[in-house]
Design a protein around this ligand. Structure first.
Ligand SMILES: Cc1cc2nc3c(=O)[nH]c(=O)nc-3n(C[C@H](O)[C@H](O)[C@H](O)COP(=O)(O)OP(=O)(O)OC[C@H]3O[C@@H](n4cnc5c(N)ncnc54)[C@H](O)[C@@H]3O)c2cc1C
Length: 399
């Protein structure tokens, strides 16, 4: 772990200036307002502008549609995108699918899709979860039946975030109903403009837009199969590891220590900044500000420590810690600030643009996505602590 401060030389400073200029031009207040209102996690024009610079996948070589940036510049670009709150959820799901596409799509499909992904013209959502299957992902029931050279896909997928922004779904389906659970699966890149695909919005408590996507006998040419039939679980393993922040290559020591908790501690950091601003600027009847109170300083100090603990705890523990500290601290901040903290953005008397109220709502869902905190506790128990897979309890004796 290297805690040294990053020194920016002239070239790097010029690069950051270039990024900021780009964001000033393309990440307009309208884009930010639209994201706040829709929770879409994406803005088509902004994403295309990133693609035109080669910044959707900035480390990819220029001839593959990237910008050939070195790891330090990629890190600086990511940091600026996050700091300026760019809507990049769909960019993220697209990135997770790419490992599967690169390794398992046929050459024609790769040649067709990857350059368009790099240019920002094509995005991909993750079609894993179903109404009855989330944590136990290998239990998916969406059917894929091959007839000649075409698959018929039927079923429904829950929480397909960003489907409305995407051209393809990276979809897990059951193709071999008689095979064992993990061996009966196949992955596809399903074109979302196929007849029979229906995308319906689901709006979460945290203000995000996700979707339920219905696949009604959707005809998908075998061309869109990723990897051999029945091997879907292997195709999915790398994207799942990436989502959980496991096994990353970090030769340059620049990667985030806690990638799977990044959005959560970034939200906590943003919440802390806003609460500090309130604590310094709010004036009470006696003329004092909240920050003058040592108890307020102690409670905000605890939040600052929690941001750092979340930032510096690796996966899989970091995913659990960052979510649970965000949930706890966002409630504590509402308790600290008082009833006004509950007034939403746009309403009379809203504090700090409604960020305090929003962060508390957003925090609740962080225990769920990308594997719940309970499921991650199982992962910690089994893979980190080496505990046995399932606790076995003696059967109850019938009375
Ligand atoms: C806003 C949002 C966006 C999402 N985006 C996507 C997306 O883009 N693509 C996608 O495919 N999915 C997405 N998901 C789905 C998400 O990954 C699942 O919701 C999650 O994996 C949990 O699955 P489930 O909802 O079916 O809950 P279940 O699996 O039914 O779990 C219910 C409860 O039981 C607990 N539980 C289940 N199994 C165990 C176990 N073995 N041990 C201990 N406790 C257990 C869980 O922790 C949970 O509390 C999203 C979810 C949300 C809320």
């Amino acid at each position: 772990m290297d805690f040294s401060v990053l020194e920016l030389d002239e070239d790097l400073t010029a690069f950051v200036t270039e990024v900021d200029g780009f964001l000033d031009e393309h990440l307009t207040q309208d884009v930010l307002d639209e994201e706040w209102e829709t929770g879409a996690g994406h803005n088509r024009a902004f994403h295309r502008a990133l693609g035109a610079k080669g910044w959707v996948f900035p480390a990819w070589p220029v001839e593959e549609g990237g910008a050939g940036l070195d790891p330090l510049r990629v890190h600086l670009l990511d940091t600026e995108l996050r700091r300026r709150e760019a809507p990049t959820i769909t960019k993220g799901t697209t990135g997770l699918s790419v490992a599967g596409i690169r390794a398992y799509a046929n050459d024609d499909l790769k040649a067709d899709v990857l350059p368009r992904i790099a240019r920002g013209e094509v995005c991909v959502c993750l079609g894993y979860t179903e109404p009855d299957t989330g944590s136990d992902l290998a239990g998916v029931r969406t059917k894929a039946v091959l007839d000649g050279d075409t698959w018929t896909i039927s079923g429904s997928k829950m929480f397909t975030t960003g489907a409305q922004n995407c051209q393809y779904s990276f979809l897990l389906a059951r193709s071999e109903p008689d095979a064992s659970k993990h061996s009966g699966l196949t992955m596809f890149l399903v074109p979302l403009d196929s007849p029979g695909v229906e995308i319906r919005p689901v709006h979460t408590l945290g203000g995000e837009r996700t979707n339920v996507v219905y696949y009604g006998d959707v005809q998908v040419p075998d061309h869109y199969r990723l990897g051999p039939r029945g091997h879907g679980w292997s195709v999915l393993s790398e994207p799942l590891r990436a989502e959980h922040g496991i096994g990353r290559d970090d030769a340059h020591g620049l990667a985030e220590i806690n990638p799977s908790g990044l959005t959560y501690f970034h939200t906590l950091e943003r919440l802390l900044e806003r609460t500090l601003h309130w604590a310094v600027t709010d004036v009470r009847a006696d003329g004092a500000s909240p920050i003058d109170d040592p108890l307020v300083r102690a409670r905000l100090g605890q939040v600052a420590l929690d941001v750092e603990a979340s930032r510096n705890t690796p996966p899989p523990m970091g995913r659990v810690l960052a979510s649970e500290l965000l949930i706890r601290d966002s409630a504590d901040i509402i308790d600290l600030v008082g009833p006004k903290a509950l007034i939403g953005r746009g309403e009379d008397g809203a504090l700090e643009d409604g960020v305090i109220e929003w962060a508390h709502r957003f925090a609740q869902g962080t225990a769920i996505y990308a594997g719940t905190t309970e499921v991650h506790r199982n992962i910690i128990a089994e893979r980190v602590l080496g505990l046995p897979r399932y606790a076995r309890y003696p059967r109850a004796t019938p009375r």
